[in-house]
Design a protein around this ligand. Sequence first.
Ligand SMILES: *[C@@H]1O[C@H](CO)[C@@H](O)[C@H](O)[C@H]1NC(C)=O
Ligand SMILES: *[C@@H]1O[C@H](CO)[C@@H](O)[C@H](O)[C@H]1NC(C)=O
Ligand SMILES: *[C@@H]1O[C@H](CO)[C@@H](O)[C@H](O)[C@H]1NC(C)=O
Length: 161
Amino acid sequence: MLFNIALISSLAAAVIAAPAPVPQTTNNPTYSWDVTGWSAGCARAGCYYDFNITAPAHGTNPTVPAFSAYCSGSENGFGLGGDYRACNIFDDLPANRGVVAKLLPAPTGSGAHIQVSLQWTDLEQASTYYNYTGHANSTYNQFVAPLQSFKITPTEFFGVA
Ligand SMILES: *[C@@H]1O[C@H](CO)[C@@H](O)[C@H](O)[C@H]1NC(C)=O
Ligand SMILES: *[C@@H]1O[C@H](CO)[C@@H](O)[C@H](O)[C@H]1NC(C)=O
Ligand SMILES: *[C@@H]1O[C@H](CO)[C@@H](O)[C@H](O)[C@H]1NC(C)=O
């Protein structure tokens, strides 16, 4: 048990000591995520969102894994642009993936601005991880317009191979 704790803390120290990967901007016109069932609104306690996001597997070296996730959350106590909130991956694919989302302030006017991030580990190389992040402008449509669908094209990428 003590041995395990020592091992975990030395691993944690190694992770902290490693330089943080620098995100690169990316804009691959053949790779995007599909948002469906988008619903967002604002109440006195703040704004909130609800949607599904899915994508097929894409590319090689690394292959971006397919995923289907349900994201739901609200602005935190500090307003828009706070911490990410985990989405719930609901497919059964054999992959080590995480999807997170957060609401940001609208760049202009009163729209909703969502940021989503996908991170995964290559199952055959457990020390690797890759991370894509993308944004989209949408609207606070709840009660006033139907559920919306749109695409998010990731614009930032980093990988530790
Ligand atoms: C998300 O997808 C699941 C599974 O297909 C479905 O049951 C659910 O209604 C969808 N939710 C939204 C917000 O579209
Ligand atoms: C992707 O990297 C960003 C920046 O480090 C981080 O905030 C985010 O949580 C990562 N995404 C996931 C799904 O872990
Ligand atoms: C969101 O809208 C702003 C202002 O119009 C624009 O600059 C930005 O590129 C848009 N973002 C996306 C992801 O389309």
